[in-house]
Design a protein around this ligand. Structure first.
Ligand SMILES: Cc1cc2nc3c(=O)[nH]c(=O)nc-3n(C[C@H](O)[C@H](O)[C@H](O)COP(=O)(O)O)c2cc1C
Ligand SMILES: CCCCC(=O)C(=O)O
Length: 391
């Protein structure tokens, strides 16, 4: 597989024999470029980072059962999420404070994601106002990620602004009543660099993080975010917006059922990129129980640890409608702004196309449960897919 974008257009870091060929190499380039404080914030998981490792390991534990001698000369990667067609089953997860990665921050992301033909998630804690992000790539589908402030009026204004600007859904983050303990941020006394602001709150003067000697972010969350948020608040949210609500951060069947009962339009199986509760189950391991609990009533998405096109095929085989990626986009943005993100998305799309074809799938809906097994040494029970007479 060749390199994704035609070379003459690219900056030197993305050309020549040292150009990155996978997400891991982008990560290394970003690490070399960013300050330790910023890199520490973007890369960290919580505590011992056990789940950070397990998110990626979880995908590696799955093995393919590809089908052969299927005409794969035409691959159709298109799919649909919440009624919107996307070019392949990958959505960009909301990640906070992107101007720390690159001066153009969320604006560069919006352009690259629009060009790639998929959906952008925008963080409540964007360093660019949500209206400006929409204006940068007008009409290209975006989901607004919501943190619920103790001050419900602040929250309501934010939701109403997102709806007025044309955002297509609210991704309500349900795994962050308190901030996970990220040791790099504590050591680095993380704070938003003074030239940047929380773009959505500039008028509300809620951008400053009091640094009490530890992570400024943890202090900010503790002082402003509503720890009392509960399922009944979904009704409140539905009363103030017509946008569909996705529950972002569900990893159990019990909560998946509650999300459906409370009127969520979709579920994002996520452990927040391992940044909240360390030791929590990897999302690819949690996915199937959520999919089974939901019984097709709403779409199920998954993020945390997706690094390869093969990971996307595995997630779809276990019932996800699409995957989201967080850090890979941050690495692309850090390395080369908009072009870096374009390159990362294009690389993952090509990897996905190849993986799909090698699995014997021509279109996204061909990907099914028979394509993966959890344990390479346990035979797949063919009674699941063969007609009874042949099983
Ligand atoms: C630097 C960074 C910032 C993030 N900011 C937010 C955020 O503001 N809101 C949110 O719901 N999730 C946030 N997340 C979680 C992502 O939306 C997503 O769940 C996660 O990054 C997926 O894991 P991955 O990074 O392994 O792909 C953030 C993740 C990272 C790495
Ligand atoms: C409340 C958390 C701030 C942004 C975020 O979600 C993250 O850093 O993971």
């Amino acid at each position: 597989m060749g390199r994704p974008v035609s070379e003459p257009e690219l900056p030197p870091v993305l050309t020549g024999p040292h150009a990155p060929v996978n997400v891991a190499e982008f990560h290394a380039l970003a690490k070399a470029k960013l300050t330790p404080m910023v890199y520490g914030y973007f890369s960290s998981g919580a505590d011992d980072q056990q789940t950070l490792q397990d998110n990626e390991e979880g995908f590696r534990r799955l093995r393919f059962r590809p089908r052969v001698l299927i005409d794969v000369s035409n691959a159709d990667m298109m799919t649909e999420v919440l009624g919107v067609k996307i070019s392949f089953p990958l959505v960009v997860a909301p990640t906070a404070m992107q101007r720390m990665a690159h001066p153009e921050g969320e604006l560069a992301t919006a352009r690259a994601v629009a060009k790639a033909g998929t959906v952008m998630g925008l963080s409540s804690w964007s360093t660019t106002a949500l209206e400006d992000v929409e204006a940068e790539a007008p009409g290209s589908p975006k989901w607004f990620q919501l943190y619920v402030y103790k001050d419900r009026e602040v929250t309501k204004q934010l939701v109403m602004r997102a709806e007025a600007a044309g955002y297509k859904a609210i991704a309500l983050t349900v795994d962050t009543p308190r901030l996970g303990r990220r040791e790099a941020d504590i050591k680095n006394q993380f704070n938003l660099p003074p030239h940047l602001t929380m773009g959505n709150f500039a008028m509300l003067k809620q951008a400053n993080m009091e640094n009490d000697g530890g992570s400024g972010l943890a202090a900010y969350v503790a002082s402003l975010i509503d720890r009392s948020l509960s399922w009944k608040d979904i009704q409140w949210l539905k009363s103030i917006t017509k946008m569909p609500i996705l529950a972002k951060g569900v990893v159990t069947a019990e909560d998946a059922v509650l999300a459906v009962e409370n009127g969520c339009a979709g579920i994002i199986v996520s452990n927040h990129g391992a940044r909240q509760l360390d030791g929590v189950i990897s999302t690819i391991d949690a996915l199937e129980e959520v999919v089974n609990a939901v019984q097709g009533k709403v779409p199920v998405f998954v993020d945390s640890g997706v690094r390869r096109g093969t990971d996307i095929v595995k997630a779809l085989a276990l019932g996800a409608k699409a995957c989201l990626i967080g850090r890979p986009v941050v690495w692309g943005l850090s390395v080369a702004g908009e072009q870096g993100i374009t390159y990362v998305l294009d690389m993952l799309k090509k990897e996905f196309e190849l993986a799909m074809s090698l699995c014997g799938c021509v279109k996204v809906s061909d990907i099914n449960r028979s394509m993966v097994i959890r344990d390479a040494f346990a035979p797949y029970d063919v009674r699941r897919t063969l007609p009874p007479s042949k099983a």
